[in-house]
Design a protein around this ligand. Structure first.
Ligand code: AMP
Length: 551
């Protein structure tokens, strides 16, 4: 076979350091503003930030953090977290963002699996650090992300101050060039079956994702924007915003730990925020605040909402009362995370408002880079008619190929044309125009406030109680958290077991917010042919069930 003629263009690797180099050179005075844990507002420019990132990278190198080695973070959205993203990734090491809402045991498991060599944390997570440190032998340095005069005392773990660490670095250090396929970030999925699995992002996939995320029919980002990521930086890299904002030269505003309606509203107004992104739950708090206080947004004009289905009423409220456009989006940790976003096309102008609304309620249209299809259980393609639903498969340069350390084997499937696809575990329809709608998820995880609760973990714990014969956990609708766990139990005959006993049994064994809201005692739990609990049947049984205190 003949070989193709090679192009004669500059062969520059796609590396994340290029975002900050670009922003520092071409948007030098554009600001990054952060609400700090201390309560004050910190502000500096892209030029200042990039200089500190290089200095930190040099300090990490001097401390022996090699290329490919992992540095964990347990931190809110803030300028230091962003500095760690770039210093670690930009020097060729891997930033491992950890969800602090997990139980300390799970955090320790993840840190050990990732073999983190250093862990940088915000002071609000000191208790977690002290709990896990004795169980995490790979971590050689624990870095408290605070000023020197705020350094806490710890009898358990020896701490290094972030600012002192940074000061150890050289100011003239320059970003290295290396293979764009090198890893840059690691993010663990919630591990609905078995242990959590790591998605290991590459520089190339991250750069391509940030480009695509900025497009007009995606997040529509530009240098005119002031971007406030409410979605945490420990949740799939805040959906790529710390990369996309310097790419377009947008001002960045980080909310820190204060995600309540009042704090967010004040920051939106004081910093002139135009764009934000987050899960539906967080917007409930903001909407309740602006409604109660009769506030209007002066500059806030659009938000991406995803992570779980955005209620249609939320889209309407934002649009009709606050002139904020909601862009409903779907994605996954395994997709870096953006897959689809719901926006209209020119041909939809002739549709009625109601028809347009119906389209915008869907999870949306793919962005260039992602391809998708729906298939039946035999992996045969299903029609794009908006009503046939099937397993949603995706492929593209920012979709995972395998999990970190090959956990779980080969996650991809091969279709009849020999193409490789990632099965998302979601069930969806796709209409004639390519708009996808999630109808269900094949997994049984419970989504509470945008976070996942594993029903299997809770069931395993429940059946460990001596008075429990059988247990099942399902998600039931909750007005604030979307879903909360309900535990359904078959008691041992004659056993004296109460709801309170069961709830107490969970305390200390799982994160507080994982503990089921209620317990129902039943005669039997429906089982399928292979002895598995029929969750669908159970959900039907409790479809009108109201959790205590949910109304
Ligand atoms: P995660 O990897 O934690 O981001 O979770 C990904 C999963 O969240 C997807 O597989 C979906 O089940 C769910 N999800 C994400 N976005 C949406 C959405 N807009 N509507 C419904 N489910 C969603």
């Amino acid at each position: 076979m003949q070989s193709p003629l090679r192009g004669q263009m500059m062969d520059m690797p796609l590396l994340i350091s290029s975002f900050m180099q670009h922003a520092a050179r071409h948007f030098p005075t554009t600001e990054i503003v952060s609400r700090r844990l201390e309560g004050d507002i910190h502000r500096y420019t892209y030029r200042d930030a990039e200089a500190r990132m290089r200095q930190l990278a040099s300090a990490l190198e001097a401390r022996g953090i090699d290329m490919g080695e992992r540095v964990g973070t347990l931190a809110w959205n803030g300028y230091r977290h962003m500095e760690v993203y770039y210093a670690v990734g930009g020097k060729g090491s891997v930033v491992h963002t950890i969800n602090p809402r997990l139980h300390p045991e799970q955090i320790a498991w993840i840190v050990n699996h990732a073999e983190d060599k250093m862990l940088c944390f915000d002071l609000s997570f000191l208790a977690i650090i002290e709990a896990i440190a004795p169980h995490c032998p790979t971590v050689k340095t624990w870095v408290a992300m605070c000023d020197a005069d705020r350094m806490p005392q710890s009898n358990v773990v020896s701490l290094v101050c972030y600012e002192q660490l940074l000061a150890e670095g050289r100011k003239d250090w320059q970003w290295p060039e290396f293979d764009e396929r090198s890893a840059v970030g690691l993010c663990y999925t919630s591990g609905t079956t078995g242990n959590p699995k790591g998605a290991l992002y590459a520089h190339r996939s991250t750069v391509l994702h940030a480009y695509a995320a900025s497009l007009p029919d995606a997040m529509r980002l530009s240098a005119k924007d002031v971007v406030l990521p409410v979605v945490p930086m420990f949740h799939v890299n805040a959906w790529g915003l710390p990369y996309a904002a310097p790419l377009v030269g947008a001002k960045l505003v980080f909310p820190g730990a204060q995600l309540d309606g009042k704090s967010l509203y004040e920051l939106f107004e004081s910093e002139g925020v135009t764009f934000s992104a987050g899960v539906p739950t967080v917007w409930q708090g903001l909407l309740a605040y602006v409604k109660d206080h009769l506030c209007k947004f002066s500059t806030f004009r659009r938000t991406v909402i995803g992570g779980s289905a955005c209620p249609p009423a939320m889209i309407e409220t934002f649009r009709d009362y606050y002139y904020v456009e909601v862009i409903h989006a779907w994605g996954m940790t395994e997709l870096s995370p953006l897959g689809t976003l719901a926006q209209l096309q020119s041909k939809h102008n002739k549709l009625s408002v109601l028809q347009q609304q119906k389209l915008l309620e869907k999870q949306g249209h793919v962005i260039y880079g992602i391809d998708m299809k729906i298939v039946n259980d035999q992996y045969e393609d299903l029609p794009w008619d908006g009503t046939s639903f099937g397993n949603l498969l995706v492929r593209g340069p920012w979709v995972i190929q395998s999990y970190f350390k090959g956990e779980g084997g080969d996650p991809l499937i091969t279709d009849a044309q020999g193409r490789r696809w990632f099965p998302t575990g979601d069930v969806a329809t796709i209409d004639e125009d390519g708009y996808m709608q999630i109808t269900d998820r094949s997994k049984d995880v419970i989504k509470s406030g945008g976070e996942w609760i594993s029903s299997i973990d809770l069931e395993n714990l429940a059946v460990a109680h001596p008075a429990v014969v059988q247990a099942a956990v399902i998600g039931v609708a909750h007005p604030k958290w979307d879903e909360r766990p309900l535990l359904v139990v078959v008691k041992r005959p004659g056993a004296d077991l109460t709801r309170e006993d069961m709830i107490r049994f969970y305390q200390g064994k799982v994160a507080k917010w994982w503990i089921p809201d209620d317990v129902q005692f039943v005669e039997s739990i429906p089982l399928g042919a292979t002895g598995k609990i029929l969750k669908t049947k159970l959900r039907e049984q409790f479809s009108n069930y109201e959790l205590p205190g949910s109304t």
